[in-house]
Design a protein around this ligand. Structure first.
Ligand code: PLP
Length: 456
């Protein structure tokens, strides 16, 4: 690419693109950093900066960047059969093969798959199917969904309504929320002083049950939760929390939707986290991101046999399941997913996560020695670091300090990409990361926080 092309791309981007989560007060002046190349653990921008990717693109590039094998698989599938409609009784080989593979890897009887274009559309499909399921059973009032404060479920209308992060709602209508309710997130760092983890868990479970009673069990259809909250700040729930929430769902004839868009495909050292790590069996499991390692968009809503047996019947004479996406089971995306899974398997990437993940968690604990680091938490290759103005009171940073953003910029100057989420730093590196690269990331964060603190 010539310098002219690079400059043109910068100007074209600034003139024409509406980026997600853009700060329009600075965008027109600063424009975008344009990433031009990506290989292994690194990406490079058009200014010639080579950066260690501590966030796997956006929680997704699990096998690392720039794999030729992926490019070859995608090219081969394009030349073989790049697209044909998937409606009705029409299918393609990669979609069918991947369906069988997902059924094999997913826990319990999650044997049926509805493909989508990403995580948001997979969550939307989950909610439509939950409503359809209860309609089929004649429980027409059972439609309300309980989600959690600070949970992130996507950007389409329903997925954005499921999302419980306050800042994502500013200025937007909340039409979906007449049927979507939010209960507290499980945030061990913010639990009331003097409460044990067990007491806190009891409280959350009681709150959930009270909300079901308040809404009326006949009206509540499902609960949706991430096994570990990602964009909400990498919040790990107290021991036993998910299992207890799941048991309550069963008690009230509700479905449990596990949003594993971030946690599936290795980030926690397992193909899926719900059953293996947290001991519950979702009725519906949503995945995306790591499914193709972000080489090409794909999402999947996995459905249990219990739910399938109800929805897989005509709702009336001649009735069809009117849930049609043009790109359902896209052959190129499904071929990429199969190759991605093959690579993860062949290179023992889950084992790498189980070895390097705990090392990252342990090494990063050293950041707690810094005066403004309140909490360092996570599991395997998911990590959240809270910046506070006072450790003992856990008081937040001063309004306008923009601490997360400053630390992110300073890490970038040191050649490391981290993700700022308010006054939190979040990490989710590719699963191929080495211990040395964990040291590099933690070192850059430590220096950046120290420098930020000195400048305050
Ligand atoms: N669910 C979770 C847990 C996510 O983290 C995300 C995206 O970050 C989504 C859903 C939405 O996925 P997508 O951006 O692919 O639509």
């Amino acid at each position: 690419m010539t310098t002219l092309d690079r400059n043109a791309a910068f100007e074209q981007d600034r003139a024409h693109l509406i980026h997600p989560y853009t700060d329009f007060s600075t965008f027109s002046k600063e424009g975008s950093q344009i990433i031009e190349r990506a290989e292994g653990m690194h990406v490079s921008d058009t200014e010639g900066n080579r950066l260690l990717d501590g966030i796997a693109g956006l929680w997704c590039v699990n096998i690392g960047h720039g794999r030729k094998e992926m490019a070859d698989t995608i090219a081969e599938q394009v030349m073989n059969m790049q697209y044909y409609n998937p409606f009705g009784h029409s299918s393609n080989v990669p979609a069918a093969n991947l369906g069988a593979k997902l059924a094999e890897l997913a826990p319990g009887d999650l044997n049926h798959v509805y493909y989508t274009c990403g995580g948001s559309t997979a969550n939307d499909a989950a909610i439509r199917l939950v409503h359809f399921y209860f309609d089929q059973k004649g429980q027409h009032r059972k439609k309300k969904i309980i989600s959690r404060q600070n949970g992130y479920h996507g950007a389409t209308y329903v997925a954005a309504s499921l999302t419980g992060i306050h800042g994502t709602k500013l200025g937007f209508d909340r039409i979906g929320e007449d049927f979507i309710n939010h209960v507290s997130e499980a945030n061990l760092y913010a639990k009331p002083d003097g409460w044990s983890d067990v007491e806190y868990c009891d409280y959350l479970v009681r709150e959930f049950e009270a909300r079901i009673q308040q809404l009326g069990p006949d009206n509540v259809a499902a609960f949706i939760a991430e096994p570990i909250m990602g964009a909400g700040g990498v919040l790990v729930a107290p021991e036993g929390y998910h299992k207890r929430m799941w048991e309550i769902c069963k008690r009230y004839d509700m479905l449990y939707i596990a949003d594993e868009v971030v946690t599936a495909f290795g980030r926690l050292g397992e193909w899926f986290a719900s059953e293996t790590l947290f001991d519950y069996q979702p009725d519906i499991l949503v995945c995306a991101k790591g499914l193709t390692s972000g080489y090409i968009p794909l999402g999947a809503t996995l459905i249990s046999t219990k739910v399938y047996d109800v929805i897989a019947k005509p709702q009336c004479e001649g009735g069809l399941l009117s849930l049609g996406l043009t790109y359902f089971g896209h052959p190129v995306a499904c071929a990429a997913a199969l190759k991605n899974i093959e690579i993860m398997d062949r290179e023992n990437l889950l084992e790498n996560v189980c070895e390097v993940g705990p090392y990252l968690q342990e090494t990063a604990k050293s950041l707690l020695n810094l005066p403004i680091v309140g909490d360092v938490r996570g599991s395997h290759l998911m990590m959240g670091i809270d910046l506070v103005s006072d450790k003992s009171s856990k008081a937040p940073m001063d309004a306008g300090a923009n601490a997360g953003h400053h630390v992110f910029r300073k890490c970038m100057e040191r050649g490391v990409i981290v993700r700022p989420v308010g006054d939190r730093i979040v990490l989710s590196p590719p699963l191929i990361i080495s211990k040395e690269q964990c040291d590099e990331i933690v070192g850059a964060i430590s220096e950046s926080i120290t420098e930020f603190q000195a400048e305050r």
